[in-house]
Design a binder for this molecule. Sequence first.
Ligand code: ADP
Ligand code: MG
Length: 621
Amino acid sequence: MAKVAINLSTGALQQEEVIVGIDLGTTNSLVAYIHPEDKKPIAINDQGRGTIVPSVVHFTQQGETIVGNEAKEYLTTDPANTIYSVKRLLGKSYKDLGEHKDYFGYKIIDDDSEGLVKIRVKDKFYSPIELSAEILKELRERAEHSLKTPVNRAVITVPAYFNDSQRQATRDAGKLAGLEVLRIVNEPTAAALAYGIGIDPNEEKTVAVYDLGGGTFDISILSIHQGIFEVLSTNGDTYLGGDDFDRAIINHWIQNNELIADTVNQDKHLSQELRLKAEEAKKTLSSQEVYTSTINGKLDCHLERHTFETLIAPIVARTMESCKQAMADAKMKPEQIDAVIMVGGSTRVPMVFEAVSEFFGKPANNSLNPDEVVALGAAIQADILAGNRKDILLLDVTPLTLGIETMGGLMDPIIPRNSKIPTKAGRQYTTSVDGQVNMKISVYQGERDVVKENRKLAEFDLKGIPAMPAGFPKVDVNFILNADGILKVEAIELRSGVRQEVEVKPQYGLTDQQVEQMLMDSITHAKEDVATRMQIEARTAAEQMLYQVERFVEKNGQHLTEEEINLTRENMQKLKDVLAANGDKDAIYAAVDRLEEQTSPFAERVMQISIKQAMAGKKIE
Ligand code: ADP
Ligand code: MG
């Protein structure tokens, strides 16, 4: 039964609710939907303003917000009140920004305990989520206006390397914009879908998605089989993109006109003019050989494609290095890649297209508009979720293992990498010390055996475990990973029946570079540190053994002879010495065995004694 609704604001009748696909980009955003007649995805172009909405929010003197091209005009003239690249700040702390703090022309502050950044505009503080919501609201309004129907549900894309907190922040931004976010989808997955790859569940393909935007670059290698999109590797640079091309052109012009860079930078109007001209030149050179213009008829802004290519060659070369690395991490050779997909406005530069095609040994796919391809794919995903394509079931997998820290700083995997999501898994743990009432649960993501090599996602204390001997409490830790790749962790102590509500607070403090590095390492070093794990396990076993024996001697010393106690102490000391000398696992286990062999008859004896005592106690005289 088709639903019919009336749009109260436009009075129009509508057949079915549309679910839109949104590409919330660092530089540009756009919204797309599936056309009800030809069933093809199409980017929304409201009132002929174009499909692309620059991801810029400007606060006017009156305190109103404007978004898009109009806002972009204030970038140089009113930088303090004009927010760009807010996507870079989603889910980030001030510390995360590190050396990139100066990148932003507006005021970023760090005022709360969680350390999540806020942006100060005049006397108000905004979170990146609120600012992203402004962009989403604009997209939503444009969609409603153009389609003449309310838009309440959406699929939003994020980079493949976005972590849980960044995905959650994106989802929250959607909520704030009045959108129910049905799914968060990886940008490369959306791009592949737009090219129709992965729609047939019987298809098996390996795809490279090269995405060069305004300020970010990433390359993802996807393996697509049975409708599952698996991220084999990702690489890139979150501070590299088309803006660097523009900057290279500006510097070239400054030199050619014998200007002083500092003087130009101080002249806001001149720098704005230069920026606009540089971008115009770059775009022109994507289809023409020469660009000629001036600023105020004086400053010469001339550029030939050949010169432009010399200027950007080092930048393009850096992206190719990332491709090489991503391929190595995915353990793939160029000939194993079935399709190369070009995403992002900067892939329009012919030199970029050629370099990528040459690297992969085949012409890259650029038949779809590279600015729109991600939004188009998001619209396809939205259509699938709307149930309009019943034959397709799209699944995603989690790219990295999720687990918790156990004794000795080891990673205990709970949801292995490449698990289909949504998924749920759990494991039971216990305490290691008598009377332990708190248990620290640290959640990590990564393939390394030692948690310190992995990425910490969250940490919390399960408090209020009733005091019991070590090993008695039963703590169930459950991981629930939803379809967006967002993780919920819960911990319950079963014996006491006390179910404690625990809140997972994501921990920040990692830069994008580190996250990318981790994704790389997870694949390169997945099996490398087995030796480390075994070593730590041996140490942990030894420490546990020492703790147990110590306790035993304290409690039951009266049943042991002095000689036995001395021998026990001697063997304990030997084990401690091995540990102190950083002995290898074999030496540790040898010492553990010796101690165990020597002390194991004790437990038996104490047991016998207590049974006898118990029997004696029952005798009625
Ligand atoms: P993002 O995904 O980071 O939001 P986009 O994919 O929209 O960014 O890419 C924006 C970049 O693409 C800008 O640097 C813009 O100048 C550049 N760009 C757009 N069109 C062209 C073109 N025809 N030739 C070269 N660069 C272009
Ligand atoms: Mg993009």
